[in-house]
Design a protein around this ligand. Sequence first.
Ligand code: R1P
Length: 321
Amino acid sequence: MSMSNANFPMDAEGRTYHVGIKRGELANRIITVGDPARAIVLSRSLDGVDHNTPAKAVCSNLFSHASHRGFLTITGRYKGTPVSIVAIGMGVSMMDFFVRECRAVVDGPMIMIRLGSCGSLSDAKVGDICVPSSSYMVQRNYDYFADGTASTASAAPYHMSKKFDADPEVIATLVKNMSAQLGDNHVWKGVNATADSFYSSQGRQDLNFVDDNQELFTELVKYEPETLTLEMETFVLYHLARTSTVAPLKEESRLTAAATSNKHSIRAGACMMVFAQRKSNDFISKEDVARVEPIAGKAVFDSLVEVSLGDESELHATEGS
Ligand code: R1P
């Protein structure tokens, strides 16, 4: 594969370096998931699919592209509106590749909704759905673990970032549509925490390493009492949506964060299925995943096509601006 432009690599066909998509292959309304198998399950809700397609295959009348870096893109229509499903794998770097490379090949406003799985720090049970209106980042403080640092009074083993908000209308629409599918008592609102590890910065105990995370849950809830969920991607989606610019900036007129903070080209939201109940230690069964995934997927598709993107002159303004 030969690429040009080391600043934002694209191949001769205009495909991005990691997600591997080019202009025309992606809708401006996208549902993003971690697991490619979940993407295929969700694709069965798209218009005109052949339900005889083998379980692990993408239906041949949908566009699909699997990249060499593990991204799977499926594009079709839902209730007549073009939508894409992109499976990204796991972690903050994959979310960064996804948001930036998809933004680069689509014109005009976009909406991106993540349907993921998570651990619950609240009373949400396995199989319930959480819809976080904001997210913060939990990062291992690598310096704390350097020789001689842990004993200093100011050192903390984990850092919590400021919160970044989702698009309020996207969140309200998700809550409404999830409640319609699953019932109010299975849908939870609150704040998400995105961690840079499945293990240490999510408070899992691993005696093979020094993690100093026995008090992490207490610290998270002290930092943000509304903390609902722990997972590994949503913060980056919310953060990048809130720093997206209405149109690519011209080099000579680069704006500061303050000057670009009120209008954005990406509207973002997320919802998660509780796979792990971290207080009771329950883990979801395969049967419950198979039951919840398609229902939750329908609620996300309904939300994706219900929220108006307007036209470029009406790009979404941050609440209060
Ligand atoms: C960890 O097992 C993975 O599951 C969760 C976490 O965020 C992490 O990516 O989400 P997905 O089910 O969307 O991958």
